[in-house]
Design a protein around this ligand. Structure first.
Ligand code: GLP
Length: 244
């Protein structure tokens, strides 16, 4: 894993957006894995800004989102379908039919297999953007998820539901399940870009650096991947020293 430390969220977003823009320019038909949550919002804003000012085109790009809540419709403001349209898809020239997101109202296992098939039929993901949960989850792969997992439906832990309650009106409104790419699905991406920002992620970053590879800490699976860049800001680092 290669770590890049930057000053703050603004610089982290610039660095992440520049890497994505570069990859899209190098390969206009890039297969791009996308993440939700608060962290990538500014990165997406910078992609939109670059698209508008410099004309970087997403006409041939295909995107694959990591996850979606089970039981929310695509029109629900907290669904990841809604999030992606609001923060990215509605503002760039990507055809809507080229944006894939797991269907939270699909038929369980059949939906999971379908999502895996769609990714493979496109030749796999070139670049996967990832955030990290406070408990080290990636996508919605909670601690204990097998590193061999493919796309699956998962029960959200109380801590994840609590962390995401700020987006809903109270924890009881946060769905209890989600559909997520599995850890092995994520590891099959050719390149991975993880962004970690803010004090609330300090423990997660510390564990990512110091823990061994262990299913109890899902993000540690990335240590098995040959091409991972992790961009972190000073607030996430605290006193943690990054490996050279
Ligand atoms: C959710 C998403 C993850 C994301 C995490 C952290 O659980 N499923 O993909 O990385 O939140 O989000 P935030 O960036 O808001 O801290």
């Amino acid at each position: 894993m290669k770590f890049i430390q930057v000053k703050d969220y603004k610089h982290l977003s610039r660095e992440a957006a520049d890497l994505i823009i570069n990859r899209v320019r190098q390969k206009p038909s890039l297969k791009l894995g996308l993440a939700t949550g608060e962290t990538p919002i500014e990165t997406y804003r910078l992609l939109i800004d670059d698209h508008q000012k410099n004309g970087t085109s997403y006409k041939q790009v295909k995107t694959f989102n990591l996850d979606e809540y089970v039981g929310l419709s695509g029109e629900h403001e907290q669904s990841y379908h809604y999030f992606m349209k609001k923060y990215l898809f509605d503002h760039i020239d990507i055809p809507k039919e080229c944006t894939y997101i797991p269907n939270g109202n699909g038929q369980g296992l059949a939906e999971c297999n379908l999502y895996e098939d769609i990714i493979s039929q496109h030749g796999g993901i070139d670049l996967q953007l990832l955030g990290i949960g406070r408990n080290g989850h990636i996508g919605f792969n909670e601690p204990g998820t097998s590193f061999d997992s493919k796309t699956h439906v998962i029960d959200l832990t109380p801590s994840t539901r609590e962390a995401n309650a700020r987006f809903f009106n109270g924890i009881e409104k946060v769905p209890t399940k989600a559909i997520t790419m599995g850890i092995s699905t994520i590891l099959q991406s050719k390149e991975i870009l993880m962004i970690i920002s803010g004090e609330s992620k300090r423990e997660a970053l510390h564990n990512l650096i110091h823990n061994g590879i262990d299913e109890a800490f899902p993000a540690s699976a990335l240590k098995n991947h040959p091409n991972v860049t992790v961009i972190v800001d000073e607030a996430a680092c605290g006193n943690t020293r990054l490996p050279n």
